[in-house]
Design a protein around this ligand. Structure first.
Ligand code: SF4
Length: 268
């Protein structure tokens, strides 16, 4: 190891690859045959069901580039910084990275996820009131959209799915969680404000999302359906189309070359 730019770049790249998405690490051990099929991930349940069956069946994924790894690490930094700010503002925190699991009637683990934590307010003799806390770092484009729509259910349905499932699983675990405090922080506030006439956007967006038990039940059913279907060895039907959906692309789908959607969709 030496203190020169080329060496640091190479060592950094190696370190970044060690920080790879845990789903992919699980997937790689599944390929080596050393473990049962990995559970689906709460954070990915709204993504293309076909992509989830690829992952669940241990199909080798394209290794994410440094760009997506850095984005994940920025998420960790943002989460840590915001938690500190909220603590300084008088809020309480617990259960950072608490793991939540859901198993089917056969005892197979179908779904797993980790929460950013629970945020609380001390009401003295009445006890502490807790809510789920979910924090996201957003690109300028995404942050602007989030502010313009002011409803995470519409602007980022995948995040809405994620928090509804977390609240559902927490309540199944015996907690009484009725809402999520959803916080989004602009990665680049200047870029997010480009082209905006009038007041600049606050770099922190906050929304309360109420728990909806029916949505939670529906999402658990989706997880069970994809999981069970995947065990047959078949791939879930296409839920995305490269000509319409941004996430159905080589950049955002690690199974794009295996799925080859342009050809497989044309054949149908
Ligand atoms: S390439 Fe598109 S259709 Fe195929 S798995 Fe990925 S997101 Fe789904």
């Amino acid at each position: 190891m030496s203190i020169d730019a080329t060496d640091i770049r190479a060592n950094l790249s190696r370190a970044l690859r060690h920080r790879r998405d845990p789903g992919i690490v699980e997937q790689l051990s599944a390929i080596s045959g050393s473990s049962p099929p990995p559970p689906l991930r709460v954070s990915g349940l709204a993504s293309c069901g076909r992509k989830q069956t690829f992952s669940h069946q241990g199909t080798k994924a394209t290794i994410p580039g440094d760009e997506s790894l850095i984005a994940m690490i920025q998420g960790d930094w943002g989460e840590e910084g915001c938690r500190k700010l909220l603590l300084e503002s008088g809020y309480e925190f617990k259960d950072a990275q608490r793991e939540l699991r859901y198993s089917n009637k056969a005892g197979e683990e179908v779904l797993r996820g980790h929460i950013d934590g629970l945020i609380g307010v001390d009401h003295g003799a009445l006890g502490t009131e807790w809510a789920l806390w979910e924090m996201k770092m957003m690109s300028a484009f995404r942050f602007k959209k989030c502010n313009n729509i002011s409803d995470v259910r519409i602007s980022s349905p995948e995040y809405f799915t994620q928090v509804q499932l977390y609240m559902h699983l927490l309540n199944m675990d015996g907690e009484k969680i009725e809402k999520t405090i959803f916080m989004a922080v602009a990665k680049d506030p200047s870029a997010a404000n480009m082209g905006i006439k009038g007041p600049r956007l606050d770099p922190i967006y906050i929304e309360e999302i109420s728990y909806d038990r029916e949505v939670g039940d529906m999402l658990l059913q989706r997880a069970e359906d994809i999981y069970t279907y995947s065990l047959t060895g078949e791939l879930w039907p296409h839920e995305r189309n490269p000509s319409k959906d941004w996430d159905c692309s080589e950049r955002f789908c690690e199974y794009y070359s295996k799925c080859n959607p342009k050809t497989t969709l044309r054949k149908r």
